[in-house]
Design a protein around this ligand. Structure first.
Ligand code: PLP
Length: 433
C-alpha cells in the first residue's frame, strides 16, 4: 500500500542540488525518522494537503503549529488578497499594526507594550536582550529540551549536571555564549531553586515554554508549577519570559499563562498569530519594554516588522478563533484521536504514552510518563520512525520527529478523525509484530 512518491523523489533530488540539504529548515528532513524522501507538497485545502504526485494527506503537522485554521481558509485568503491590493510593505507606521497590537493586548492584557518582529526566533532573542538591559545581568536560565529558536544563546544545551552551565549544541556557538546559559530540567522546582541559589544574582531571565511543545506536548506537572517558577525567579531578581510561540491561541483565545492564572514579565509570540504568514511578537510590562529603542537603550529593528500583510492576516486568524466553540471542537476531536490510539495500541500490545492538551498531543512509544526531556528521550525512536512512515503510507501526515505534536485544527472534520482512527488499527498491528 505504499504511495507513489516518484515526483517527490525527483523534486527532492533537484532541491538538494540547490538548497542546502534540500530543506529550508532541518526539521523538514527525515533524518529523525530513519531517512527517506520528505514529501514535497504543492497544495493545502482545509485539513488536507496534496503532494506533487497527487497523493492527498490529512494534515496534523499544521506547519509545526501556525495552521490552526487549516489551509486556504476563506478568511485568510481574503485578508491576504485585500492586503495585497493595498501594497504589502510601507516602512512606515500603519493602522493595521495598531489594531493588531490592540487586539493582542485585549486578549492578553499582560502585553502592555508590544513589538512585532518576523519570527519566533527574533521574538525570543529580543526578550533576552531586553531582560539583560533591564536587569543589568548576563545569564539566562532555560529548561532542557525546550526550543526557543536558533539564536546563539538558545542553541546551548544542558551540560552534564542537573543544573549546569550549558554546552554549545551547535557548531558556531562559542563557549563564551554557552557560559551565559543555565539549563535545568522542566517540572522540577527543587532543582530550579538550587540553580538560582548558585547563579541567581547573575540571572537576567528565566525563560520557559509554559506548556512545552518541543519535546512533545508536556504540561506543567500541576497548577502551581508555573507560579513557583515565577516566584523563584523574582525572589532572585530575575525576570520571567514565557515563550508562547506555540502556546498562545493554541488552547484557548489567549495565552497559556492565563490558563494557570500567572503573569510573566515578558512574552514571546509567533506561529498562530500570523495566520500562516511570517510573524513574531514580543511584549509585556511597560516599564521593561521601555528599554527598547527608540525609548530606551536596547536596540531592535526590522525592515519587514509589522508588515501589513502579516498584520491583517494575523487579525483575520484571531477573528475566526474568537468564534464560539472552536477550541472545544479541536479538543473533542483530539480526545477521540488519542482514545482510539490507546485502544488500538492496547489491542496490539504496543506500549504508548500520550500527552494531550486541548487539540494538541504527542504519542510517545514507551509506558513511562513524560514530564521532562529525559523522559521524552527515553521513549522509543525506532518505533516512532516506523509509526511515522506507516501513517504517511496511509495518507496521514504528522511531524517527522518524536519530539513534535499532532495539531488538530479548527477545520478537521469528524470524517477526517474517523479516517485516521480507521488507519490506527493496521498501523498498531504492524508495530505490534
Ligand atoms: N519558540 C518556540 C516555543 C518554538 O516552538 C519555535 C519554533 O518552533 C520558536 C520559538 C522559533 O520560532 P521560529 O521558527 O518562527 O523562528
Amino acid at each position: 500500500m505504499v504511495l507513489d512518491r516518484t515526483q517527490s523523489k525527483l523534486w527532492f533530488e533537484r532541491a538538494q542540488a540547490v538548497i542546502l540539504g534540500g530543506v529550508n529548515s532541518p526539521s523538514r528532513s527525515y533524518k529523525s525518522v530513519g531517512g527517506g524522501t520528505p514529501t514535497v507538497m504543492v497544495r493545502g485545502q482545509g485539513s488536507h494537503m496534496y503532494d506533487v504526485d497527487g497523493n492527498e494527506y490529512i494534515d496534523y503537522l499544521a506547519a509545526y503549529g501556525p495552521s490552526i485554521l487549516g489551509h486556504a481558509h476563506p478568511a485568510i485568503t481574503e485578508a491576504i488578497a485585500q492586503a495585497a491590493v493595498d501594497g504589502v510593505l510601507y516602512g512606515t507606521p500603519t493602522p493595521s499594526e495598531v489594531l493588531f497590537a490592540e487586539k493582542l493586548r485585549q486578549a492578553i492584557p499582560d502585553l502592555e507594550r508590544i513589538r512585532f518582529v518576523n519570527s519566533g526566533t527574533e521574538a525570543v532573542m529580543t526578550t533576552i536582550r531586553v531582560a539583560r538591559a533591564y536587569t543589568g545581568r548576563r545569564k539566562v536560565l532555560k529548561f532542557a529540551g525546550c526550543y526557543h529558536g536558533h539564536s546563539d544563546a538558545m542553541l546551548v544545551a544542558a551540560g552534564s549536571g542537573p543544573s549546569s552551565i550549558g554546552v554549545p549544541d551547535s557548531a558556531g556557538v562559542t563557549a563564551n555564549i554557552a557560559s551565559e546559559v543555565i539549563t535545568v530540567p522542566f517540572n522540577d522546582p527543587d532543582i530550579l531553586a538550587k540553580a538560582l541559589e548558585v547563579h541567581g544574582t547573575d540571572v537576567a531571565a528565566v525563560l520557559v515554554e509554559p506548556i512545552v511543545g518541543n519535546f512533545g506536548i508536556v504540561p506543567p506537572r500541576d497548577d502551581r508549577y508555573l507560579g513557583q517558577v515565577i516566584d523563584l525567579a523574582h525572589q532572585h531578581g530575575a525576570l520571567v519570559i514565557f515563550d508562547e510561540v506555540i502556546t498562545a491561541f493554541r488552547f484557548h483565545y489567549g495565552s497559556a499563562a492565563q490558563m494557570y492564572d500567572v503573569h510573566p514579565d515578558l512574552y514571546a509570540l509567533g506561529k498562530i498569530i500570523g495566520g500562516g504568514l511570517p510573524i513574531g511578537a514580543y511584549g509585556g510590562r511597560k516599564d521593561i519594554m521601555e528599554q527598547v529603542a527608540p525609548l530606551g537603550p536596547a536596540y531592535q529593528a526590522g525592515t519587514m516588522a509589522g508588515n501589513p500583510l502579516s498584520m491583517r492576516t494575523g487579525m483575520a486568524c484571531l477573528d475566526v478563533l474568537q468564534e464560539p466553540g472552536i477550541y472545544d471542537d479541536m479538543a473533542r476531536r483530539a480526545q477521540v484521536l488519542t482514545e482510539a490510539a490507546h485502544e488500538a495500541a492496547k489491542r496490539h500490545g504496543v506500549s504508548i504514552t500520550i500527552n494531550r492538551m486541548g487539540g494538541a498531543f504527542t504519542i510517545y512509544f514507551g509506558s513511562h510518563p513524560v514530564r521532562n526531556y529525559d523522559d521524552a528521550n527515553a521513549t522509543d525512536s525506532d518505533q516512532f520512525a516506523r509509526f511515522f512512515h506507516l501513517l504517511a503510507d496511509r495518507n496521514i501526515l504528522i511531524a517527522p520527529s518524536k519530539y513534535e505534536a499532532w495539531f488538530v485544527s479548527a477545520v478537521h472534520t469528524d470524517e477526517d478523525i474517523e479516517r485516521t482512527v480507521a488507519v490506527y488499527d493496521e498501523v498498531f498491528k504492524e508495530l505490534g509484530q
